[in-house]
Write a protein that binds this ligand. Structure first.
Ligand SMILES: CC(C)(COP(=O)(O)OP(=O)(O)OC[C@H]1O[C@@H](n2cnc3c(N)ncnc32)[C@H](O)[C@@H]1OP(=O)(O)O)[C@@H](O)C(=O)NCCC(=O)NCCS
Length: 173
């Protein structure tokens, strides 16, 4: 699958990269709204969604992109960061589409944008950590459709009964 350049991938879904603190705060509020995800956020996710969009400002390897609806409200967001080892594997820190805007290709285009960003950054691949809960079935299917392979599963990692699934896609050169 050929990857677009980051700017073309962003234009394809009308996404803007978070560039100023007010946008970072809006993205945090969007991600922290109740019931956006199919399961409760973990304490670590709440902390990350609160602090990482602003912390990523000015950082070459970490970034957030968002899409606004016709009324100007954020209706979709994705976050990407390099792994803690800083060795060229990137991770998606957040991906969510407002419920009323799902099923129209926005999630796919934002994930394509993340892949484009990793490729343009010289990264080796993109890791996506998601939940085993059945409410994440659309996410699992989307990942498979975009060439990600499930590379791991950690039982009860999020909460008892809710496993973490790791999906990975290498960036071909
Ligand atoms: C998962 C999510 C990001 C997908 O975004 P989306 O904009 O609805 O997805 P798209 O319209 O781009 O659909 C892409 C693919 O996802 C799959 N998909 C989307 N909605 C689906 C559904 N309701 N059931 C099954 N598969 C679905 C399909 O494979 C679809 O491809 P297709 O249209 O060619 O069949 C979105 O549903 C969401 O925000 N969910 C809640 C938060 C979440 O689960 N985030 C994942 C974080 S781990």
């Amino acid at each position: 699958m050929d990857l677009l350049k980051t700017s073309s991938a962003a234009a394809a879904c009308g996404a803007q990269r978070v560039a100023v603190p007010t946008e970072a705060e809006e993205v945090s509020a969007f991600l922290l709204q109740p019931n956006l995800f199919g399961t409760p956020l973990t304490p670590g996710e709440r902390e990350e969604f609160k602090t990482h969009p602003v912390a990523a400002l000015g950082c070459a390897d970490d970034g957030y992109w968002f899409v606004r609806d016709a009324a100007g409200a954020i209706c979709a967001a994705i976050g990407v960061r390099m792994n803690v080892e800083r060795t060229g594997i990137f991770e998606v820190s957040a991906l969510a589409i407002q419920a009323g805007r799902r099923g129209r290709g926005l999630g796919r285009r934002l994930l394509e944008l993340a892949l484009a960003f990793v490729a343009d950054s010289g990264g080796r691949g993109l890791l996506f950590e998601t939940s085993s809960d059945p409410s994440y079935a659309p996410m699992h299917k989307l990942l498979t459709d975009l060439g990600f392979k499930q590379v791991g599963r950690f039982p009860d990692f999020y909460f008892p009964g809710e496993d973490t699934l790791w999906y990975y896609r290498a960036i071909e050169r």
